[in-house]
Design a protein around this ligand. Structure first.
Ligand code: AMP
Ligand code: GLY
Length: 423
């Protein structure tokens, strides 16, 4: 089978790495890809939101399966685009319908879904500039800290957590009335603050049944001790120690089953990944967000822990045998440490030569923001390379990831040396 992966980050390199191992994979294309994916398949320089160009590629290359990495094309309706097209409708696209993608594309939609299906989450109300005064009153009824979320996609920057009531009111006004995050914040969800440790669970569904992938925890802040600005993610661990079998069963019962059942009851077409961000509040898992894709860098620890043939699992979605497929997971711990460009997540430079990759022996090198420039690998993004390692324990795995991190060089290289510190 010929497979196309859409995206260009560490997540997509991890998908490509796993799919390329499958005997079912005949040809692998990645659009637009990075220097790492280019070693496993062919990179095609097409934007993930250019559906017409993607169609042309799928038809000329006889692609049978498309795996969508990032949320943007999903929220923009790539699934529906394929289904509505006579030439594309039989090609399997792993990702939800446009309606299903609203679980990530609209925080209010996600909240309504959770309340409709009794899925534990924080209390909330949604406001626009029309009812700003009610928004102020709702803030007054809550206790600090105040959680304000832009309804739409805001490149991971749309959530504000504020300690001061007046500041929260000012920010609410800036979001709904002054378009602080553009149209993404014309509606704002205000919710109760949940105090606890976060973890993420990942589900793959064909719309009927589901399989739970390994759980993971990522480290979003740029600075050690979880300080400073938010990033896409600076490292990840899988599994998460406190989430033992008993806890995961609770998550499955209270959150995953009602989510998959809820999609069915609401007649929402969904075949793809569900990434559920949880906060553990005194032993009770509560949902803070849904994403309709895999996480990055969580994929770089989740996918390597899967022992089964991943393309065979996806093939099950294609031919209706998904529920019969095995999913075998290794007991080993996987860790990943992200090397980033100096200055990230603010302004940073690209085009720095990367050396030492071939010296890494104990880790898998997943490229995130890299580009092959006539045979020289150069930085091409804020997050540059993720180093994934296995160990009997988290400490063993981390030691390998950190050793590998020291072997790779590029101007301005930075990474967090405390991944896993809180576990
Ligand atoms: P989200 O984009 O919804 O995942 O929010 C980004 C981050 O804000 C999350 O990873 C949490 O760290 C934090 N967060 C979101 N909602 C809440 C909440 N209700 N209480 C506490 N922290 C939250
Ligand atoms: N690492 C968080 C995300 O992918 O959204």
């Amino acid at each position: 089978m010929n497979v196309l992966i859409l995206g260009s980050g560490g997540r997509e390199h991890a998908f490509a790495w796993k799919i390329a191992k499958s005997s079912l994979c005949k040809k692998l294309l990645v659009a637009p890809g990075n220097a790492g994916t280019g070693e496993l398949g062919t990179n095609i320089d097409i934007d993930v939101n250019d559906f017409d160009k993607i169609k042309e590629l799928v038809l000329t290359e006889e692609i049978r399966m498309v795996v969508v990495g990032p949320e943007d094309p999903l929220v923009n309706g790539i699934y529906d685009f394929f289904k509505a097209d006579e030439a594309l409708k039989d090609i399997t696209l792993i990702g939800p319908s446009k309606e299903g993608a609203q679980l990530e594309g609209s925080k209010e939609f996600a909240k309504q879904f959770m309340f409709r299906h009794n899925i534990p989450t924080a209390k909330y109300q949604a406001f626009t500039k029309e009812n700003l005064a009610e928004g102020y009153a709702f803030l007054e009824s809550l206790e600090a800290p105040y959680v304000l979320k832009a309804d739409g996609l805001a490149a991971g920057k749309g959530v504000l957590i504020l300690n001061d009531l007046q500041k929260a009111k000012d920010e609410l006004k800036a979001m709904v009335a002054d378009a602080k995050f553009g149209t993404a914040s014309s509606t704002v969800v205000i919710e109760e603050f949940l105090d606890g440790i976060e973890l993420s669970v990942f589900v793959l569904t064909d719309g009927e049944s589901y399989k739970m992938l390994p759980s993971a925890k990522d480290y979003k802040k740029i600075g050690e001790g979880d300080t400073g600005l938010n990033t896409g993610g600076m490292g990840a661990i899988s599994p998460v120690q406190f989430a033992d079998r008993f806890y995961i069963e609770k998550v499955e019962r209270e959150i995953i089953k009602p989510t998959v059942e809820g999609l069915k009851k609401d007649n929402i077409t969904y075949q793809g990944f569900i990434f559920i961000g949880l906060i553990n509040v005194k032993g009770e898992p509560k949902v803070i967000e849904y994403n309709v894709r895999m996480g990055d860098p969580e994929t770089e620890v989740v996918i390597p822990r899967i022992k089964s043939d991943f393309l065979n699992l996806l093939q099950g979605i294609r031919d209706g045998t998904f529920s019969e497929k095995d999913l075998e997971i290794t007991d080993e711990v996987a860790t990943t440490v992200m090397l980033v460009s100096g200055g990230y997540p603010e302004a940073y430079e690209k085009g720095k030569e990367i050396t030492g990759i071939e010296e890494v022996e104990e880790s898998i090198v997943f490229h995130a923001g890299t580009k092959n420039n006539n045979g020289t690998v150069k930085t091409n993004g804020g997050r540059v390379i993720a180093l994934t390692s296995f160990g009997e324990t988290m400490e063993d795995a981390l030691e390998k990831s950190f050793d590998s991190a020291d072997k790779i060089s590029f101007e301005g290289k930075y990474y967090r040396k405390d991944i896993g510190f809180d576990l």
